[in-house]
Design a protein around this ligand. Structure first.
Ligand code: PMP
Ligand code: GLU
Length: 399
């Protein structure tokens, strides 16, 4: 008989709530339940044909061997070119590391830079995995709350107040998962003015939703020369090119950090999938205008979803300027009950919606804000209309 004892490390972290909700929905769907899942954040579009063709060609050309740990050289060159073309940032190919999804890119960076007891500033709402990865590195998350009333964006004053001698890093996404908020150049510059005073603080700028931006130009943290040497820019092809399953993310970073991430990755996964890298090369080398129709589709759905949500009493939303999420504040329903279930927090509300309305959302507490729920609108208009009808009916039963 074996004794089931896991390493203590595992008890420090929780399961990814986005993936957990997606799993629960799949299980219920397999049981024949008509569950609409707006839980996982992934485009419902298919990968564009020219990218699929590049992958098919790569197989025929026998791109079937181990790859360099940091990625194929021509892919790293193409990514460096992309950074210059789209973001006006200069990285040499040696400063680029390609990984198995931006999730691994972020894990590499955190595990390479954060030591036990180091503080990492994380604006709320944050993407779920940041916190768990910080905990895995024995770091301490330090939160800055930015609720719906400030469009889920932190101010320079809040940032300054959160910094201590132990601060090692700040990590945030723009466009933001889960709020859809986008920092404009002036807002980033205000944060830079604070951060440039602290050369020991590293800035992880997660820009994976770059191409899903409804307000014009994407602004990158590393464009500001005073912090360039402290910024790690995270990006990837999952969201912008509808390539979630291909698992390609990348960073541009100071050389010594890129080297550290390469070393880390060399022990975990080696270089990522050869065929997926050839596909990613076609994606990053393409004119970003090729994915504008997807972005336009998301914008149309955003407007529809906002109009429908704002028709439900007690729901408060911002206007998300990017990504494909809405993060409505639903706290007006706390303390209410349908006669059997009382809703005390966002997790209660999500379970209630799943069980009684066959609707899967992700509770806001997974992103640090228990007043909210996350709603991914990367699905068809028909499904969205039906989902919001279910949401409305279920909420109206709460008295
Ligand atoms: N950052 C953010 C903010 C995300 O939403 C995601 C989505 N999974 C990732 C990173 C990781 O992306 P991937 O691993 O699919 O490249
Ligand atoms: N980023 C997506 C989300 O937030 C994918 C899920 C995950 O990787 O955790 O839903």
């Amino acid at each position: 008989m074996s004794i089931e004892k896991l390493a203590a490390r595992l008890s420090k972290i929780s399961e990814s709530q986005t993936l957990a909700m997606a799993r629960k929905s799949r299980e219920l769907q397999a049981q024949g339940k008509d569950v609409i899942s707006l839980s996982i954040g992934e485009p419902d579009y298919d990968t564009p044909d020219f990218i699929k063709e590049a992958a098919k060609k790569a197989i025929d050309q026998n791109y079937t061997h181990y790859t360099p740990v940091a990625g194929f050289q021509d892919l790293r060159v193409a990514i460096a070119d992309k950074f210059k073309r789209d973001n006006q940032i200069t990285y040499t190919p040696e400063q680029i590391v390609v990984s198995t999804g931006a999730k691994q890119s972020i894990a590499n960076v955190i595990l390479s830079l954060v030591d036990e007891g180091d503080e990492v500033i994380v604006p709320i709402p944050y993407w779920v995995s940041y916190i768990e990865l910080i905990k895995l590195a024995d770091g301490i998350p330090v939160y800055i709350y930015a609720g719906v009333n400030q469009n889920f964006k932190i101010s320079a004053e809040q940032l300054e107040a959160a910094i201590t001698p132990k601060t090692r890093m700040i990590i945030f996404s723009t466009p933001c998962n889960p709020s859809g908020s986008v920092y404009n150049k002036q807002e980033l510059e205000a944060l830079v003015k604070v951060l440039e005073k602290y050369p020991n603080i590293y800035i992880v700028s997660d820009e994976i939703y770059e191409h899903i931006n409804f307000v014009g130009k994407h602004e990158s943290m590393a464009q500001f020369p005073s912090v360039y040497n402290n910024v790690i820019t995270v990006n990837g092809v999952s969201k912008g090119f509808a390539m979630t399953g291909w698992r390609i993310g990348y960073i541009g970073a100071p050389l010594w950090i890129a080297k550290a991430c390469e070393k880390m990755q060399g022990q975990f996964t080696s270089g990522t999938c050869s065929v997926a890298q050839r596909a990613a090369l076609a994606a990053v080398a393409a004119d970003p205008a090729v994915v504008k129709p997807m972005r336009d589709g998301f914008l149309k759905r955003r407007d529809m979803v906002l109009a429908l949500l704002n028709d439900i009493p007690g729901i408060k939303t911002n206007v998300p300027d990017g990504a494909f999420y809405v993060f409505p504040d639903i706290s007006a329903y706390f303390g209410k009950s349908d006669g059997t279930t009382t809703i005390n927090n966002s997790a209660d509300l999500c379970m209630y919606l799943l069980n009684s309305a066959n609707l899967a959302l992700v509770s806001g507490d997974a992103f640090g804000d228990d007043n909210c729920v996350r709603f991914s609108y990367a699905t068809s208009e028909d499904k969205l209309i039906e989902a919001i009808k279910r949401l409305k009916n279920a909420l109206l039963l709460l008295k």
